[in-house]
Design a protein around this ligand. Structure first.
Ligand code: PLP
Length: 329
């Protein structure tokens, strides 16, 4: 129990917590196909993970904001893109980051709730032609209501073409890609070959880890988050690595709190690590497989079922007691 109450901001306060967090993050990054230098930090919820992704992307693209604020942009109008079915945390993040709600461009979706990429490209070009500067696209892997996955491969291609940060909000659907029994289990839930810059995954949703446990993976590593958000308060942060010695940039500095907008942090990775150690990867694969909806006779389907979500109406009230539907959110 003591371990659960450690402060996971610096290595010397919580050496076990930091090592557990970095090893769980490394495993998630590997499953997501991210490179070895990827940073993986827990945040108090997917909304905060999404916000840190957006803040990091903003300060990476416009480094002058860190000291001078948005005034430094003098006339440049940064905008972000996300689908109409994405989670509202993207809009809140834009609000918090000074982009403003009008700076969030909502891309239309198809009948399954998945982003229309041709519209994304058209709207991005239109934004540029109108003097705006796109810097961030959020693609959702498992939309909150319909459970749809945006077409990541095609979105990654657009982001590459326009040099825009691609964030994947896999807060609830991410595990369908990371713990898939086989690629055809959830064919739309696959990580794209093109570059993904960051990804949120909430093990506290589909994987059943006790609240809260949310990871943000950032491809370029912790140093880019520190550059974007860190202040290096010298009373606390000493760049300690896993051997307790001071590390150089890129060398596994485990004083991770400075890469966030907060200070103290809960060691949320521990709960995930304990479950993973005890039950093994197979447990998570089974959980995710069982989340597939098994539609049975007796429903009017209201949407085309996607791997972990379906909506239906009972055709006949007398069936209510005898018919079950599994895996619906
Ligand atoms: C797609 C998606 N992203 C982000 C979130 C926010 O996650 P949290 O509630 O952990 O902040 C949710 C919550 O339902 C979600 O469905």
């Amino acid at each position: 129990m003591g371990l659960l109450n450690n402060n996971a901001h610096v290595f010397h306060a919580s050496p076990v917590g930091m090592l557990v967090e970095s090893s769980v993050a490394a495993k998630l990054a590997e499953l997501a196909g991210f490179p070895a230098q990827t940073a993986g930090l827990t945040f108090p919820g997917g909304s905060y993970a999404n916000m840190h992704a957006l803040m990091t992307a903003r300060n990476r693209r416009f480094p002058e904001i860190k000291h001078k604020g948005l005034y430094a942009l003098s006339g440049v109008r940064p905008v972000v893109f996300t689908s109409r079915h994405s989670h509202y945390s993207i809009d809140k993040a834009a609000m918090a980051a000074g982009i403003g709600l009008d700076g969030v461009i909502h891309v239309p979706t198809d009948s399954t709730g998945s982003m229309r990429v041709a519209e994304l490209r058209r709207m991005m070009q239109h934004a540029i032609d109108s003097g705006q500067t796109p810097f961030f696209v959020n693609a959702t892997m498992g939309t909150t209501v319909l459970g749809a996955c945006d077409p990541l491969e095609d979105i990654a291609a657009v982001c590459k073409e326009y040099s825009v940060w691609l964030h994947v909000d896999g807060s609830w659907g991410g595990p369908l890609a990371l713990f898939a029994e086989s690629p055809d289990m959830a064919p739309t839930f696959v990580m794209p070959h093109g570059r993904v810059d960051s990804m949120s995954v909430n093990p506290h949703k589909l994987l059943g880890v006790p609240l809260q446990c949310s990871f943000l993976l950032v491809r370029e590593g912790l140093d880019v988050m520190r550059q974007a958000l860190g202040l290096n308060a010298s009373y606390l942060f000493h760049s300690e690595g896993s051997d307790g010695e001071e590390s150089q940039p890129g060398e596994g500095n485990l004083d991770v709190g400075d890469a966030t907008l907060g200070c103290g942090r809960r060691p949320d990775a521990l709960k995930f690590w304990l479950m993973w150690r005890y039950y093994g990867t197979r447990y998570f694969i089974n959980r995710v497989s069982h989340a597939r909806p098994q539609m049975v006779d007796g429903f009017w389907l209201l949407n085309h079922p996607v791997p972990a979500s379906a909506f239906g109406l009972f055709r006949d009230n007398s069936l209510r007691k005898s018919v079950t539907i599994h895996g619906v959110k």
